[in-house]
Design a protein around this ligand. Sequence first.
Ligand code: SF4
Ligand code: SF4
Length: 501
Amino acid sequence: MAIQFVMPEFEVVRDPNKCIACRVCERQCANEVHSYDADLKMMISDDSKCVNCHRCVTLCPTHALKIKKSEHTFRDNANWSGATINEIYKQAESGGVLLSSMGNPNNFPVYFDKILINASQVTNPSIDPLREPMETKVFLGKKNAEIKRDENGKLISKLPPQIELTMPVMFSAMSYGSISYNAHKSLAIAAQALGICYNTGEGGLHKDFYKYGANTIVQVASGRFGVYKDYLEAGVAIEIKMGQGAKPGIGGHLPGSKIVEDVSKTRMIPQGADAISPAPHHDIYSIEDLRQLVYSLKEATAYKKPVIVKVAAVHNIAAIASGIARSGADIIAIDGFRGGTGAAPTRIRDNVGIPIELALASVDQRLRDEGIRGDVSLVVGGSIRSSADVVKAIALGADAVYIGTAALIALGCHLCRSCQTGKCNWGIATQRPDLVKRLNPEVGAPRLINLMTAWNHEIMEFMGGMGINSIEALRGNRLMLRGVGLNEKELSILGISHAGE
Ligand code: SF4
Ligand code: SF4
């Protein structure tokens, strides 16, 4: 028998004085960690299968369970961590690419945590958001450089198509297939109730969700899954996905096990076949090619829908964004390296891309310097965790943000980073019917609505504190930000002063 080098990452600790052997944990765990040993007349665990998703801990009626990080350790070595050694063992055993999900968990600087927000004192009074009107509505799309009126003063300029949002937050692209029907339904219901948008991702639009079209962004990715005329016309905007923050430069791969009947119909591919989206769009090798796709999609929808181009935040993002703005796109979405995903090669996820804060600031500045900032709106994502991150992103130059991981956490995700297994115990990143039904959209949607409502209140409080009553007046207002513990170069890219200045 081959020796098992990789030791379990977690340890299941069961308090024998509390456990009543009800077997709830056994029934709830798709990873088959728990079982009842009839000889021993007690519950036992297989630590090697535990992904620390907390499903059993949360549902155990007697609070008998806790999951601990394994105390198994390697000898201290600042160069070779235990995690790195284990990864080498895994690859030596499998010969395969390491896969993981969600965003980059490594200890890179989180610039949002090194930026502080201003508040008015004495000379520029703050505004009480409970008593004064506060405007958090945003319009995404190209803005006219000038407004023309006829001789009677009537407005004759026509505004290009816009996405109208009640607050500057949208649910980011998550495909049906990578997440469940019930997760999609929760996002769609919540987006409609909130007056914001959710995004189909690259998996097409399930026929049940066409009724949420006014709050749907439909995506066109390199695999073109589920793309046809009705689909393009169903949403309020069309997003061309060129890249995503979790895996810049590579394509997507949804295993055949997740292509169940409904997913296959929605994606228009055979049931059980792997859904592989190529790394590049095979018809795009230049900004001119991108322009052709942008205008093809506009043409196909009678120029009534704004077109978004989504890219990953990478080294020369400012120049890339400048090109996209000139391609005729109405909105640029930039996804930072902490952006989540259902499955990515671990090495790519953890080593490719750049932080969204730096990408955003440099893109906003470049577009302003070139006098084309009004030609596009900017939407950023990649680990927006709170209303404070939203406010900081907008002050750095974003028109709105995308949230993905935060929305999934609101639905019950415990960030076990095992989505790629398809065994999500919380009914989110799975297509197994017994697991999907654990997420009830009638419970999930209100949780999303609560989260967004709370964030919007907090955004208004931040704005009031700054003496600003319109989110428009906050966009790119970097005077409202100060850095702490950042060097000159970082401050210069972010375009902000240090605290105390
Ligand atoms: S759910 Fe809790 S009480 Fe029930 S068998 Fe598991 S550990 Fe024991
Ligand atoms: S969606 Fe599910 S599998 Fe993925 S990280 Fe969250 S809890 Fe884990």
